[in-house]
Write a new protein. Structure first.
Lengths: 385, 421
């Protein structure tokens, strides 16, 4: 018998999340998407300051406990909760938790099976440990921004806060690796992910290139991109292979001698991409993205439509796959259409359910306390209905 | 040398190629998994650049493609370290039989073909589970295993546009762009490693395997969650380096043709900027006093800050702002990042030594650091078929005579097929 739902993968796992940025929040979300019980510790009611849609994206399916872990009574509650937990995910500045008696050593002394994952900008040592940073700064320092954009123009970060999401994904990788190893050794451990290192890892081929060739990859010149203008937008076309080139000539009657030394081989076509774009541009200008995509794709020509993000939730392919989770107020969540996880059990369709509803801030204190056999009164908190 | 690596009890039979899939299994190999990478001699991993250098991938070391260019591509060598490499022709019955014997002793099989390929080879998940019950299979097709586009091939240059990333990447008012590096492959690869680990954890708890999939398109869409979360069509234009919340937030030109990234997180940062840039008239305008005001007057603010950065070198500007506690960084190229003092002090980098590439080559190390059983890179990427004889003999008990017969039949080996340049 095989598992059928992504939410089955990590069911039974108890995770505490103490976050101050996307790094911990997105890692906790990945764990919750796989069915872990994720208890999000929030120092105060952040709901007024956080966009409701963002909370739905990051916190749906988690439990919310309001607890100021910087105050002594709350540290006691948290310590007891962590004794019962499998995982702590946190992204506090280096030393901040230790200053409250929650160092990795102390936590693992209390609970040798705990996997404690710290996801910071720069890690817990090194000259930049305390350097102020954001996603943009990590993008600039890692080499990522210098690869994006056009030659002579400003380097570009990837849209949004993707360096922090990469760090969160590596947080998930480290956490799960430590959990798998715990089954062998019986012991948890501390996992450390620095966002700067996560992004450098994602760029591994370009680090090796810089060393092999003595020169880094430079930003493109205008016209070197694969994107081509068509009637209603852009299409990305990879025109280099023999098969693709022959298909383009046959389909569109290009006025190019196939034996022209500029275009005869893949190598020459790569070198002469500007002329290829010029030859194709009148053909593309008359056709829509979808016409071109549906004409070329079945011929195994590599191409992709430039889609607006707001087109995606209603795209037929993605609808057929259930790629987006549609939250409706009837599920106990605010309305919203959000991307599902980046991986899933084959055949599963992630859907909104009471299990994936957005918790009301702080509503789960009683549940968290029940894990450790305490009442709200003992914890110095007011009872909630 | 570590006594134990965290995944050393896991064996992966790896059919993935190019970047995304190979990177997924490299992350697991770094953690100790025994990864056996399988290629066909007739059709090696395209990231090797083919048997001759004529495809023009320009992926070779500075001293050229050499006699065996397929062993010298930085692309293939960057995402296959620590794996064993064998060749096997899965289109033959004998090749398939060897493959199924390997599956029998594997925990995980990984592949990034289009969905029809494994089935056409007679190697569906159900078939694989007949020889290895509770196997984990990772499939990483461009568009997933279902839906109308699932039969289509894709690469980073087509996934990025189809996921919305291209639409958002570019200068405000300018055309969309693909990333400089087919970055969606890296995203898919990391998600592939996540999927395998979640499935492995589940199997250790329940004894049950499963088939997990990464749609490379969905993995990239998942990175854009904040744009869907905000749901404001006005925020769905090209982003440049702007942020939905922070302003100023950008990469500004400096006097020395270098660039400086600056991010103002809050009012405290803004007051620090005002102190650091006190010689720039206009910055202290009351319009910029609140975060909302700074967002509203973003363009004006960017022009003022740029007038300040243009008057000094990126290094000086970085030092001034950092001294005040403002997040700022001169933009580093990858070759500069490779000598980053911080990452060097943290011993993050590796010195890759490949038998067919002279010298030691600095590359990125392991991003998830475990305190008790850290990962470890165990050697460079395999040469074509480097471990064919070893794996077949040691793992499957195939004799030398049987191995030579398989080589003669073109099913395995450690060289290109006869007659191929």
């Amino acid at each position: 018998m095989h598992v059928s739902q992504t939410r089955d993968l990590l069911s039974g796992l108890l995770v505490v999340e103490i976050g101050c940025s996307l790094r911990a929040a997105f890692c906790g979300k990945l764990l919750a998407d796989c069915g872990a019980e994720v208890v999000k510790i929030e120092p105060m009611d952040m709901s007024a300051q956080t966009h409701e849609g963002e909370r739905l994206w990051l916190d749906a399916g988690k439990r919310s406990v309001m607890l100021d872990w910087r105050a002594a009574p709350a540290v006691e509650v948290l310590t007891r909760l962590l004794v019962r937990s499998d995982v702590l995910i946190e992204d506090q500045p280096p030393g901040a938790l230790a200053a409250r008696g929650l160092s990795p050593e102390r936590l693992r002394a209390d609970n040798p099976r705990l996997v404690h994952t710290s996801i910071t900008d720069f890690g817990s040592d090194g000259p930049w440990m305390q350097r102020p940073a954001t996603d943009l700064i990590i993008s600039a320092l890692s080499g990522m921004a210098a690869l994006n954009g056009l030659d002579g123009r400003a380097p570009l970060r990837e849209p949004g806060s993707q360096t922090y999401l990469l760090a969160a994904l590596f947080g998930f990788i480290g956490t799960l690796t430590a959990l798998i190893n715990r089954d062998v050794t019986g012991r948890g451990q501390h996992v450390e992910v620095a966002a700067l290192e996560a992004v450098a890892s994602a760029l591994t081929p370009y680090f090796l290139r810089a060393s092999y060739q003595g020169t880094p990859q430079r930003r493109r010149k205008p016209g070197e991109d694969t994107l081509m203008r068509c009637r209603d937008g852009w299409l990305s076309l990879i025109p280099y292979s023999d098969r693709t080139w022959e298909a383009l000539i046959a389909l569109y009657g290009l006025k190019v001698n196939p034996n022209d030394p500029y275009f005869a081989t893949e190598q020459q076509r790569r070198a002469n991409i500007a002329q290829i774009r010029e030859a194709l541009s009148p053909v593309f200008a008359q056709r829509t993205r979808r016409e071109l995509f549906e004409q070329l794709s079945p011929l195994r020509v590599l191409c992709g439509m430039v889609m607006r993000p707001d087109e995606l939730p209603n795209d037929l392919h993605l609808t057929e796959r259930g790629s987006f989770i549609r939250h409706s107020p009837t599920n106990g969540s605010p309305a919203g259409t959000l991307p599902g996880p980046g991986f899933r059990v084959a055949g599963d369709r992630p859907v909104a359910s009471p299990l994936t509803a957005l918790p009301e801030p702080g509503v789960d204190l009683n549940v968290a306390l029940s894990h450790i056999g305490m009442t709200p009164k003992q914890a110095g908190e007011e009872e909630r209905p | 040398m570590n006594a134990r690596l965290p995944l050393e009890h896991i064996r992966i039979v790896d059919l993935t190629q190019a970047w995304a899939g190979s990177y997924a299994t490299q992350i697991l190999a770094d953690m100790g998994a025994d990864v056996i990478k399988i290629e066909a001699r007739s059709r090696p991993d395209p990231w090797r650049g083919g048997y001759s250098a004529s495809r023009g991938l320009s992926a070779y070391p500075a001293d050229g493609p050499g006699e065996r260019p397929y062993n010298r591509s930085f692309l293939a060598n960057s995402v296959n370290r620590g794996k064993k490499g064998i060749t096997l022709d899965l289109s033959t019955e004998r090749g398939k039989a060897v493959f199924l014997k390997l599956v029998q002793i594997a925990d995980v099989v990984t592949e990034n073909f289009t969905p029809r390929v494994l089935g056409n080879l007679g190697l569906s998940y159900e078939r694989l589970c007949e020889v290895r019950p509770n196997l984990i299979l990772l499939s990483m097709p461009a568009y997933g295993l279902s839906g109308r586009y699932s039969p289509l091939s894709g690469i980073g240059g087509t996934i990025e546009p189809m996921s919305g990333n291209c639409w958002l990447l570019g200068e405000p008012g300018g055309p969309p762009q693909t990333s400089g590096v087919m970055y969606s492959d890296a995203v898919a690869g990391i998600n592939g490693a996540c999927a395998v680990l979640a499935a492995l954890y589940h199997r250790q708890q329940t004894g049950r395997g499963c088939h997990v999939e990464v749609s490379q398109q969905e993995a990239m869409i998942a990175m854009l969650g904040e744009f869907f979360a905000r749901g404001d069509p006005e925020q769905l234009d090209r982003q440049g380096n702007t942020d939905l919340q922070m302003a100023p937030h950008g990469i500004y030109p400096c006097a020395d043709e270098e660039w400086l990234a600056v991010a103002v997180r809050n009012d405290e940062d803004w007051h620090r900027v005002l102190t650091a840039c006190a010689d720039t008239p206009g910055l202290d305008n009351m319009r910029f006093r609140t975060a909302a005001g700074r967002r509203q007057h973003r363009a004006e603010l960017d022009a003022l800050l740029e007038s300040w950065t243009r008057a000094r070198s990126a290094r000086d500007a970085e030092a001034i702002l950092l001294a005040m506690g403002v997040p700022a960084a001169r933009v580093r190229r990858v070759d500069e990042a490779a000598h980053c003092p911080h990452l060097t002090a943290r011993r993050f980098f590796l010195e890759d030594q490949h038998p067919e590439v002279p010298g030691r080559h600095r590359t990125a190390g392991i991003a998830a650091r475990l305190s008790e059983t850290p990962g470890q890179v165990r050697g460079p990427a395999p040469r074509l078929g480097e471990h064919s004889r070893y794996v077949l003999a040691t793992y499957l008990g195939i004799t030398d005579a049987e191995y030579e017969a398989l080589v003669a039949a073109g099913i395995t080996g450690d060289a290109p097929p006869e007659g191929v340049a």
